[in-house]
Ligand binder design. Structure first.
Ligand code: BG6
Length: 480
């Protein structure tokens, strides 16, 4: 069946940096089986030709070496533009007419991608409903909604209500691009396509889990948005909790959207909610020096650009195993990793070995950049008595597969076109994620504990964060 991809907010950054390059690469890889038509919708008054020209320049830049004039000619011949305003109902009626003409009235899969500013998600969905564009009588109609999905539980519920007044849940794809990363999907494979990890993947063998998403960049041009969001809304409510769910979930009974999402959401339900007292002791918040001087940041802003949380999952598998999550801007380097820290051996037989957790086994899932997995273990140093040293088994994607990793958006856009929602968040999942974040955001807004710490850019967050973990007998595993 023919497919049509409509982008609302077409003149924005996301469209040129991520969406069009991802669709173009899918075209180059011949993954778009029956071809694809792309329609941009936004207020800027482009003609089809002008928009194509603009996208030619940006795609050359963002698709990098994969750009090729001949394939781009083929692909861009099916790019169109329809100027319109989300606030003007007639613009949706004319969009509908235009889509009908392009599709020649034949059945088509349509994906509506909301790449607008978040305040337009609700109005765009309502207009799609009013103008009959959500109606599935002439082929599937799906809507992809970008993050942030709401700013708290209440607003997420309200948005879900609007979305469900127009679309059934099976038509809704709430995107979190972390789920499109190869290494995140590989975590499912590592856990559920192998037998050796599962028996030790629990409280009997694991001391704690660390999930770090560190970014070297500062907020830059996005300061206006970021100052209202902060690291909790920007990174924890979505990306970090997604990583936690995949690390901690039970095996789904089959690899299918609802089976996977049922297991993921159970993890969120089992997360212990933090009381204001627990927020004071089990969370750290920081702001990098110089943040408050960024243009568009409110005077005296208390927005956290770094946070670390200690979370507990109250179920049989994870009772007593802390999950430490941390993320921040202006850190030492860009790295996303999940560290499974195993317990110490019950007895220390070799006096020359490292003691404590730092000498114990550790499994590191390096999500990005140098994607791979390492298993740390102790080895005897040859010809040196019983001296021990930590060594590792090291799997690296690039070394093994010798090709660049695909962009997360490629996988996710293809899934949306093919109707596979396994790697998208369900309504109850986003709401449950807000339930975890809301008490923390509320306590941070209402009390001074924990204090807002500062840190120098180029570090692993505030030094107090290291002391906080050391006081719990543990250490961050910091590698770039
Ligand atoms: C986005 C956040 O969702 O993820 C950004 O809004 C952040 O602030 C980005 O920089 C990180 O994504 P990635 O794929 O570069 O790790």
């Amino acid at each position: 069946m023919q497919a049509t991809f409509v982008i609302f907010g077409a003149s924005g950054d996301l469209t040129s940096r991520k969406l069009i390059p991802a669709l173009y690469k899918l075209h180059c890889k011949k993954r778009l089986k029956d071809g694809l038509r792309v329609i941009g919708f936004s207020r800027s008054p482009f003609t089809h030709e002008e928009w194509r020209k603009e996208l030619t320049a940006t795609t050359k830049k963002y698709a990098g070496e994969e750009f090729n004039d001949a394939t781009w000619e083929e692909f861009s011949a099916n790019i169109f533009y329809h100027a319109g305003d989300i606030g003007v109902p007639g613009d949706f009626d004319s969009l509908g007419k235009f889509l009908g003409e392009l599709e020649k009235g034949a059945a088509a899969t349509r994906v509506y991608y909301l790449a607008t500013a978040p305040q337009f998600y609700g109005p765009a969905v309502e207009q799609l409903g009013r103008s009959g564009l959500a109606d599935e009588s002439n082929g599937p109609r799906r809507v992809v909604i970008e993050k942030p999905f709401g700013v708290d539980l209440q607003s997420a519920k309200e948005l879900n209500k609007i979305v469900h007044s127009v679309f059934s849940e099976h038509q809704v794809y709430r995107i979190d691009h972390y789920l499109g990363k190869e290494t995140v999907q590989n975590l499912l494979v590592l856990r559920f396509a192998n037998t050796i990890f599962e028996p030790v993947w629990n409280r009997n063998y694991i001391d704690h889990v660390q999930i770090t998403v560190a970014e070297e960049v500062v907020v830059g041009k996005r300061a206006g948005y970021y100052d209202t969001a902060g690291v909790m809304r920007d990174m924890f409510q979505n990306h970090l909790l997604q990583l936690l769910m995949i690390t901690a979930m039970e095996a789904p009974f089959k690899y299918e959207a609802d089976a996977v999402r049922n297991e993921k959401v159970k993890v969120l339900h089992a997360l212990r909610s933090l009381s204001p007292e627990a927020v004071a002791t089990d969370t750290i918040r920081g702001q990098y020096q110089g943040y408050a001087d960024s243009p568009e940041v409110a005077n005296g802003s208390k927005t956290a650009t770094f946070a670390a949380l200690k979370l507990s999952i109250d179920n049989w598998r994870w009772q007593g195993v802390p999950f430490y999550l941390r993320s921040g801007k202006a850190m030492s380097c860009r790295t996303t990793q999940i560290v499974i820290q195993f317990r110490e051996p019950p007895q220390r037989l070799f006096s020359n070995g490292a003691s404590g957790l730092c000498g114990s086994n550790r499994l590191i899932i390096q999500v990005q950049p140098s994607e791979g997995i390492q298993l740390h273990f102790q080895t005897k140093v040859p010809d040196a008595g019983m001296k021990l040293r930590q060594t590792d088994l090291d799997f690296n994607y690039l070394r093994e597969f010798r090709r660049p990793m695909p962009e997360a958006y490629e996988r996710l856009l293809l899934d949306a076109l093919e109707g596979d929602a396994s790697l998208f968040a369900r309504a109850d999942e986003v709401e449950a994620a807000w339930k975890v974040c809301d008490p923390i955001l509320k306590a941070w807004a209402e009390q001074d504990a924990p204090p807002l710490l500062t840190y120098e850019p180029g570090n692993w967050g505030p030094v107090e964060c290291n002391e906080w973990l050391e006081a719990q007998g543990r250490q961050w595993f910091d590698t770039c």
